[in-house]
Design a protein around this ligand. Sequence first.
Ligand code: ATP
Ligand code: MG
Length: 632
Amino acid sequence: MGSFAEFHARSIHDRDAFWAEQARLVDWKVEPKQICEYSNPPFAKWFVGGQTNLCHNAVDRHLAARGDQPALIFVSTETDQEKIYTFRDLHAEVQRMAAILQDLGVVKGDRVLIYMPMVAEAAFAMLACARLGAIHSVVFGGFASHSLATRIEDATPKVIISADAGSRGGKSVPYKPLLDEAIQLSAHKPARVVMVNRNMVAFTPVAGRDVDYATERAKHMNAVVPCKWVESTHPSYTLYTSGTTGKPKGVQRDTGGYTVALAASIPHIFEGKPGGTFFCTSDIGWVVGHSYIIYGPLIGGMATILYEGLPIRPDGGIWWSLVEKYKVNVMFSAPTAIRVLKKQDPALLTKYDLSSLQALFLAGEPLDEPTAKWISEGLSGKAIIDNYWQTETGWPILSICNGVEKAPSKFGSPGKAIYGYNVKLVDDQTGEELTGADQKGVLTIEGPLPPGNLQTIWGDDERFVKTYWKTVPGKLVYSTFDWAVRDKDGYFFILGRTDDVINVAGHRLGTREIEESISSHPNVAEVAVVGVADQLKGQVAMAFAIAKDTSGLTSDAARKALEAEVMKVVDAQLGAVARPSRVFFVTALPKTRSGKLLRRAIQAVAEGRDPGDLTTMDDPAALQQIVDLIKG
Ligand code: ATP
Ligand code: MG
């Protein structure tokens, strides 16, 4: 173990040597000739001339040393199934799926769209695509036909792999009718649809288009489908961003860079070891699921748990019971899930033997201090590691890297810039780099982006360049569109998105800071703050809060009293300038399907405007509450 500062410095100043070393963590059919090619910025090409295969590195490579060890542990509390696939089993299943796709004419470069619940076949499908060099595009199973149709049109898949239904809270959620509708809506039609039939909802296959997975699989029990060696720069998949700030962007990822980035992240960031177990509670439809349910752990020779079900069913101890049962070493979840658990009996956290667990990683949205404290105390002594990244980056930008050097976490901070990331904070007005401590700027990454990051936006190089890149004095930087400060020790604090900053009478305030302040009131469970136009001050803050205890909030007077208390907290902590003009109490907040607050929509509604693209919204009733309050 060495010094992290040195490790990071080497990754930037001796970039090619650093990544050449990391590239040894993976198998190459043909060794790369050039580590990074950046002659046409901002388009970076990693491990040029090299040939490899993502599926080979995730599966085949481990057969010799750990063929009989668990690779994929499928657990469904929806269907009461639990099944362990060894690397050898997984190898066989992936080849069967690959053989089916091959029969349907899928070849290298073809797109295959995967619209599936959290079942083992979804993992087989992703790995089978990688095996053939086909480009998968996984669409989160919670999306309905309209969202799915836009993604089908954008990805133009030859084949779609789907299932009859998912399941949530014990009730089946039909997929097939939504898929049929989406295909009807879409201008692009897939040639074939592979249907995994879970016998949950009855459906009629479309003749000439739909094929039954079980029937086809039975024909290929002994399938041998070799991995297709592809150039390092060959796209492995496309995946759409959450759409928190607008129309989702189709992130395109390469093969070699992504494989190396994940292979390196397992030991360096997660301290994962071959033979260990990784449990990521995300969904395969999100980037965290791609990288840390499927590819990362498997590349690292670890078993991975693929969990279908709620975190609180049969009770709030289910995840911890899996940690005990499968001796999970590394766990990865999101703050939103922890907030769900927080409403359950805290005794569930101490009921199971969690001695195997090294750390709990959380990402995807700000980890508020009360939630961080609650889980940290509940899991007494376990490291809680907030890490910050984006669909675009494919793996974390900020974290502490305990595998390189042990470092403490700081509450509210996702840690330091990870190796490979040349992070710069820049002043959004002047574009100057901010190098001092505690200065607030936009978090940017100087090009080239490290391996594993997006190559471009699928089919739209121009949007890639225009959306993310800008020239600041002497440098071309990628903008994350997030505000941050860096303290004197190099720890970053994310303050919110650049479009979440409000300007009150000339004072620039992050909505996140106001939210943190409001959350510190003992009766506030969750809150969203947005800026709304104000004739006098330009903008004012407006808050929508969920009270922890609503029993006293039955009258207008009681609500007013709590509102006044909350305002006082903000006055005391941030000053009257940050005081929200109103604090409304709601029972739910509008979020994306991935659990991110849809401030954009709340703000539009609060200003009496049309909320725009809501395809990724989870619960329309939550936004309606706000509409009603504003009309009030
Ligand atoms: P879109 O780009 O389509 O608006 P999105 O940005 O919500 O959607 P993702 O790529 O899933 O889509 O989310 C990345 C964003 O999530 C980051 O830019 C940041 O705003 C937020 N985020 C992720 N991790 C953290 C974290 N640990 N702390 C604070 N914010 C985080
Ligand atoms: Mg984004």
